[in-house]
Ligand binder design. Sequence first.
Ligand code: KG4
Ligand code: ZN
Length: 337
Amino acid sequence: MLLLAIESSCDETAAAVLEDGSNLLSSVVDSQIHVHSPYGGVVPELASRRHIETIYTVVDETLKQASIKLDRLDAIAVTQGPGLVGSLLIGMSFAKALAYVRNLPCLGVDHMAGHLLSIFLGEKQPSFPYIALAASGGHSSIYLVTDPLSYKLLGQTRDDAAGEAFDKVAKLLGLEYPGGPIIAETAKTGNPEAVSFPRAWLEPDSLDFSFSGLKTSVVNYVNRANQKNEELNLPNICASFQEAIADVLVEKTLTASRKANISQIVLAGGVAANQRLRDLMRFRGQKENFEVFLPPKEYCTDNAAMIAVAGYHLFKNRKHTSVTIDMDVYSRSQFHI
Ligand code: KG4
Ligand code: ZN
């Protein structure tokens, strides 16, 4: 069974070909970072335009790398939401056109479902059920994943997402967009205990997150230093900020696993590419007898391979009609508590 997947929900144009649900034949990601970094964040209109410019080349290259011609495909999967509507529409329209021409099923995939199943692109894979932390630019949520199509939201951020906090703090410190990778790099030579930034635990046992207080605390710290004409120690600030985020993400994920009595923990989403978060999750997991599963970093950040995995399960479970030409995109998350 050969499936082509297309992802265009934010600032990556991506496509992948997956064989029989697990054998990834190709995965191409065209990142738009250079388009948006001068503005310190994603500019939706520019994102849509760039998707239009690159989608044909990305899909063509993906098929070439997989040595597959269009007539060999059995289905097409495409990210339906959540994301930027203009960007989603480019991938959706392209996928529908291909599906219509080849008379193939066109499957609308939820972007978060893709992240939650991205672990199946790695070598070490969990069985069901597992607890997943999905931390990206738009989401910081904990899910109970009971099968490839069932996800229960256990907790989510009440304000900023973890990735969003990385991006905003990087901007404040004069570092480039996206903030996650550059903060992680700068933090390497810093002391994580240099500045005691706050951790928002919220109510006892709450599985929700809040990162806006942490962000404000970094703003205040920087302002105070500027007023006193003190030089900022960027490595120390970055390391301390990163530690505060990793601490809360790991602790709440462990609490969720304990409460649900589930021993397998999966990390997903762009922030899951953060080495400190990965190390801390693995360390705490080992100490407390949880098995921790980490997707390869390239499948943490947005890609179409994860959309292909989720699309495959929809296809297998016949969650599609023949050609879903009237399928629409959506901007907001579909999974609620
Ligand atoms: O999953 P993703 O590629 O896109 C969304 O669905 O949002 O996540 C992007 C987010 C950005 O906020 C970026 O700063 C963050 O993931 N990120 C990281 C790292 N790499 C990407 N955050 C921390 N450490 C990293 N190494
Ligand atoms: Zn994502």
